[in-house]
Design a protein around this ligand. Sequence first.
Ligand code: HEM
Length: 403
Amino acid sequence: MTTTLADTWGLHASQFWLRGKQPENRVEFAAELGMWNVYGHPEIEEILRDPATFSSDTTRLVPKEMMPDADLEAMSAGNLLQLDPPLHNKMRKLVSRAFTPKVVADLEPRIAAITHEMLDAVTTPGRLELVEDLAYPLPVIVIAELLGVPASDRHLFKGWVDKMFESSEQLSLVKKDEKQDEAIKKSLEGQKSLTDYLGVHVDERRKQPREDLLTKLVEAEVDGERLSRNEVVNFANILLLAGHITTTMLLGNSVLCLDTHREWDERARADRSLVPPAIEESLRFLTPFAAVARTTMREVEVGGVTVPADQLLMLWVAAANRDERVFTDPGTFTPLRDPNPHLAFGRGIHFCIGAPLARLEGRVALNILFDRYPALRTIPGEPPKFQVNPNMTGVRELPLTTA
Ligand code: HEM
């Protein structure tokens, strides 16, 4: 049996597809979690393309006793990820205006400047802690500057976001034990701190508009009506969250994939046109946002299995990205895979709005790393550490030698 990256780094034992295994069933009910797991590529694609049958409003199924203190309605207002049409289309238009191809392309020099600034600030000679030194700060600074909140507050965001995702427990609709209560409590605390923080900035923009995305959201109108305070705050919350943690993983994972596939590292260094396909393949190979959720609005057949109405479905895009019905030799890292229809950014109406920005950050940062460090390598005896949350696949510490 070949040694997989998962074996080498002890990565997510729960994510069996990383060990080259295929799921026994593409669609199955996990009774212990009270929800369905979907692993197949065609099945997931079909679900993502049918928002009328598969709603993104997952909060409607969360039992009240699981989160007795949470005001789920207030938390999901304006949360693009949880909205269904027709409100979703209207809200998405708003934010799409802020992420036009030109706005994203114009960020390139700033992304390069931040990358150099971060790398210039590294003090330990011959070493880099890729996540702390670059992969975390870069996307956070970019999204904070876009929104208009101080990038220097990033240590605060990190504390709150870590709290939200530090649980290693699988998401579940079945009430289990105190450990689960504690994980939910911590996650909600992190969420609340971030929401309160953004609320202060939103209130300031109402009084004193500026040239930033928060002001645009405050002033934006949907059908002649301004967004409510809750909607603006939650909207900003999603951007700040989605805008950084996943891109941090994309950067770290791309460097790790190239480190463990040296032939591709050499080829991409020599021919920089291989950088974007290497990033795409790393998104397929180590998919940062491993799963997205949907709920059934009616009884429906998925991959030959009947799923009743009002069920929660976890769509494991990370597994779909290894589906051998779609990808030849899915356990092999091959940047020149063409086509590469990975689902790392989703599909359909909720397709990731920040994909062009994430791709740009990845391309700029990887090129600069190549330029500055001809010998960037992992360090024997200092393996990377991975996110503990099973819904995420990504490094959270990646010590490297540059000598
Ligand atoms: C949606 C992944 C970067 C903002 C999504 C979805 C995925 C995803 C899978 C679809 C969720 C669903 O269908 O339920 C990623 C990955 C990223 C990344 C892997 C980096 C590698 C970003 C960035 C931003 C962003 C940089 C913003 C600046 C959003 C937003 C949505 C979204 C606002 C919701 C879109 C909608 O519901 O219409 N992302 N994302 N993402 N992403 Fe990203």
